[in-house]
Design a protein around this ligand. Structure first.
Ligand code: ADP
Ligand code: MG
Ligand code: ZN
Length: 485
């Protein structure tokens, strides 16, 4: 039997606000000691009242619009009730039936493989809402006893929960979804989206069904996947397991599974509550959120071109290969940099792209900076490429000039001038050096003449070395060819 894989992803996205969703405590506690960013509101003391953080709504709306969702003019908060030690209030403030956003989708460009051509997978969004995070518990054993510690720092940290329809069809597509989501979140500036720091968390729901079937089989839910690679590996393992179960004539039960990174395997967890157990009802301590047209317009002022649209435009408008367009739009600052550089350059965009992909990317990787932070500005990069195009400096000089500009922040023209980097293409200067090399190396001249023409590279190399790498290489070659006749 041929099976089709069916996957839906539930993600929790930590918004990068300064403060928590309903109080003034600091939101990001990554580097802080347990229970240092807490107050009576986020620890659920009796009598306190939540006050909604405006920026949380604004970032939620930005994300909703970026996901092509509608944003109803009114939305509500609801209580999701459950009992757990990391939830001091005994309920989580979330949104249930009238949330900030409705619908939406993300189109994933899936690259061609050996087997399949490239295609686009549209993943529809089932729900998108804002809510508060819960705390964190940790078990410790002390002197033969075990005790549970609770850190409330994360209580009240603003989250967007976003759930897809079961539209994904492979582990690769699930990985691509998370990659594109992470790119989008950073691009619009609503989250750091670091999976290792739990800014972006994901549960994967997985089932398989016979190819061509239109019903959904029982699914399992995979938790504790903390990287995109872990999501890919865990789904792959689970699909294999489900195929084996069906092949053995057994049924799939709707388990919750936990990914164990060390052993790269899945373990069965508790069976989970159903939705009805949460006893959702309207949050009586918060007003509805009224999103007026004016406020929405204010939120969306300066809304950027999104990464996949920009990627498509880089391909169609500049004729870039998909590979280049993908890297150049991987990060917003880099893609802005590229556009500024080609505007200043005015030449072939692919040529500018090559410089960026090979040389500027190396500077970025070495320094850990974003493109916008480099001392090598887009205008300076454009200038260096032009100096090479115009034959003022050779390519190697151009590459070292790039590093010099980035170190000093000086303009390329100035450095070429003060360090005398301009390429020597003056015929008589090149000829004088070439003649002395020929005179001083009779052995090499002899073997060249007897047919070892590969030695030409050696002659040109000698000349380059003597002239500090600044010689016009094609010209030098022509002169040697003439002298060695
Ligand atoms: P639950 O009530 O178990 O949380 P939901 O209906 O809320 O289930 O769906 C949770 C996630 O599981 C969604 O992303 C949804 O797309 C996905 N999902 C639902 N049914 C299936 C299925 N049969 N196979 C794979 N994914 C599924
Ligand atoms: Mg669910
Ligand atoms: Zn607080």
């Amino acid at each position: 039997m041929d099976y089709e894989v069916v996957i839906g992803l539930e993600t929790h996205i930590q918004l990068n606000t300064q403060t928590k969703i309903f109080c003034a405590c600091k939101a990001d506690s990554w580097n802080d000691a347990p229970n240092t960013n807490i107050c009576p509101v986020c620890t659920g003391m009796p009598g306190v009242l939540p006050v909604l953080n405006r920026t949380v709504v604004e970032k939620g709306v930005l994300l909703a619009v970026a996901m092509n969702a509608d944003t109803p003019p009114v939305s509500y908060f609801d209580r999701k009730n459950y009992f757990y030690p990391d939830l001091p209030k005994g309920f989580q403030i979330s949104q249930f039936d009238c949330s900030l956003a409705k619908g939406g989708w993300l189109d994933l460009p899936m690259p061609a493989t050996d087997k399949d051509p490239a295609y686009v997978r549209r993943v529809r969004i089932h729900k998108l809402h804002i809510e508060e995070d819960a705390g964190k518990t940790k078990n410790e054993s002390v002197g033969g006893y075990s005790r549970r510690l609770i850190d409330f720092n994360r209580c009240g940290v603003p989250l967007v929960e976003m759930v897809t329809e079961p539209d994904l069809r492979s582990a690769d597509e699930a990985a691509q979804y998370l990659t594109r989501l992470r790119q989008l979140l950073r691009w619009i500036g609503v989250s750091e989206a670091d999976m290792e720091k739990a800014h972006l968390r994901c549960d994967a729901n997985v089932s398989i069904r016979p190819v061509g079937a239109d019903y959904l089989n029982t699914k399992t839910e995979i938790k504790n996947v903390n990287s995109i690679e872990a999501v890919r590996a865990a789904i792959t393992k689970e699909v294999e397991r489900q195929k084996a179960e069906y092949a053995a004539g057994r049924k799939i039960e709707s388990w919750t599974l936990e990914w164990d990174e060390d052993s790269q395997s899945l373990k069965k967890m508790r069976s989970k509550e159903t939705e009805a157990d949460y006893r959702y009802f309207r949050e009586p301590d918060l007003l509805p959120v009224y999103l007026s047209d004016a406020w929405k317009a204010e939120i969306l002022a300066g809304f950027p071109e999104l990464p996949l649209a920009r990627r498509a435009r880089f391909i169609s408008a500049y004729g870039l290969p998909e590979y280049d367009a993908d890297i150049l739009t991987g990060e917003r600052s880099l893609s802005d940099y590229f556009e500024q550089a080609i505007a200043a350059y005015g030449g072939d965009p692919k040529r500018a792209s090559n410089w960026l992909l090979n040389d500027v990317m190396r500077l970025l990787n070495e320094s850990g900076l974003t493109a916008g932070e480099l001392k090598l500005t887009p205008a300076y990069l454009a200038k260096i490429i032009k100096l090479v195009d115009d034959g003022i400096i050779n390519t190697n000089t151009g590459k070292s000039l790039l590093e010099k500009v980035n170190r000093s922040g000086q303009s390329p023209d100035e450095i070429v001038e003060t360090e005398g980097l301009a390429k020597v293409s003056d015929d008589s200067a090149l000829r004088a050096v070439a003649e002395s090399i020929v005179a001083e190396n009779p052995k090499e001249v002899e073997s060249y003449k007897s047919g070892k023409v590969g030695l030409m590279g050696w002659f040109v190399g000698q000349l380059m070395r003597q002239m500090g790498g600044k010689a016009d290489a094609p010209k030098a070659r022509a002169i040697f060819e003439e002298l060695l006749q």
